[in-house]
Design a protein around this ligand. Structure first.
Ligand code: 5GP
Ligand code: MN
Length: 335
């Protein structure tokens, strides 16, 4: 792997030998990739006899609870003092699945001021220079795949096992829309084949992540499609929005709207899908089809966000109605 150069790997080897306390963190609003890569790296470091704690900005969605290792994660939202204490004593912080420190929310200042060596492993565009060692590959489909590459480049294939494999598989599966996005390469499938050799059963993971819906989640989804889906024909764009009251009506819990944005995108003739959720602030997800149809520019220019060309996010500090109006106003700029 190009990004895992001999000299950087030697630096990491030395940190493994010399440093005592390691922390793994990942971006806010965790997804399968940020959790999968964190947990995989956690099991790997444990096998290397390294003292390590996963410290995330906020809790993960329930559909990842089954993954062995998630029970050890502490988060800044629920236990800020415990997280601060771990960060203060950390010698090395692995920063996974994000490219700038502001993606870890309230924790970012603590990490920024920490004396620890910061190692980034990530696949987002435009990595910042806030990290001491930077393993950034925007061509990789997921950070989880980079964790597999990292372990292999460290010559530690023999440490792979079912726990590490299931976590990596989950990250790759969720960040590639179950192996369908253009980011999937033959190397992705080689990594998956290797994980299966170490005991991963794909059907088990698909079931654990996708076949554990609650009725409330499905009813919220059906309500969103029936009542809240709007098509902007001139821009070939689908918009779905959900208010706080609507979420409450269906007993919304984190993770319940996962994938809803892809429903809009799946409509024939639609090239762009936008999902807005009034959950504290207005959180916005953008998705698009095709190579010449990026949504990250719109997310960055108008909604304080960014991300990948076909999958981005952002936010709006105002009302839901204003956010939708803003989208409708700026859409023609991108047609
Ligand atoms: P999602 O719609 O699943 O929340 O986010 C999709 C992708 O957009 C994420 O993988 C991430 O790359 C990016 N993204 C989401 N929210 C933000 C944000 O607030 N800022 C930036 N820079 N990127 C975001
Ligand atoms: Mn990712």
């Amino acid at each position: 792997m190009q990004i895992f150069t001999e000299s950087k790997l030697t630096q990491v080897q030395n940190l493994f030998l010399e440093k005592k306390n390691f922390v793994i963190t990942a971006h806010k609003s965790p997804d399968g990739d940020s959790i999968g890569s964190s947990v995989a790296l956690y099991h790997y470091l444990k096998k290397k006899k390294i003292n390590v704690t996963i410290c995330h900005p906020d809790p993960h969605p329930y559909f990842l609870d089954w993954m062995k290792g998630t029970e050890t994660i502490i988060n800044y939202e629920q236990t800020p003092d415990a997280v601060k204490a771990k960060l203060e004593e950390a010698d090395v912080i692995f920063c996974l699945d994000f490219n700038t420190l502001n993606r870890i929310g309230g924790m970012s200042k603590v990490v920024e001021n920490s004396k620890a060596e910061k190692i980034m492993i990530d696949h987002h565009l435009h990595p910042s220079d806030e990290f001491d060692i930077n393993f950034s590959d925007p061509a990789s489909c997921s950070t989880a795949q980079l964790i597999a590459d990292f372990i292999l480049c460290m010559n530690d294939e023999q440490l792979l096992d079912e726990n590490i494999g299931e976590a990596i598989y989950t990250g790759i599966m969720t960040d590639t829309g179950s192996f369908r996005f253009s980011s999937v390469t033959s190397h992705t499938h080689e990594v998956i084949a290797l994980l299966m050799k170490y005991g991963v059963k794909p059907y088990k993971i698909h079931e654990a992540v996708f076949d554990t819906n609650t009725l409330d989640k499905l009813r919220l989804r059906s309500y969103a499609i029936n009542e809240k889906l709007e098509i902007i024909p001139d821009s070939q764009t689908a918009i779905i929005s959900l208010t706080q009251a609507e979420l409450k009506k269906y007993n919304y819990v984190k993770g319940d709207t996962e994938g809803l944005v892809n429903v809009g995108l799946s409509i024939n003739g639609i090239k762009r899908s936008i999902f807005l959720k009034e959950d504290g602030i207005i959180k916005i997800s953008f998705r698009s089809k095709g190579e010449n149809n990026p949504v990250n520019v719109m997310a960055a220019t108008h909604f304080e966000g960014g991300g990948h060309a076909n999958a981005s996010g952002g936010k709006w500090n105002g009302t839901l109605a204003e956010a939708i109006q803003k989208i409708k106003n700026v859409l023609p700029e991108y047609d």
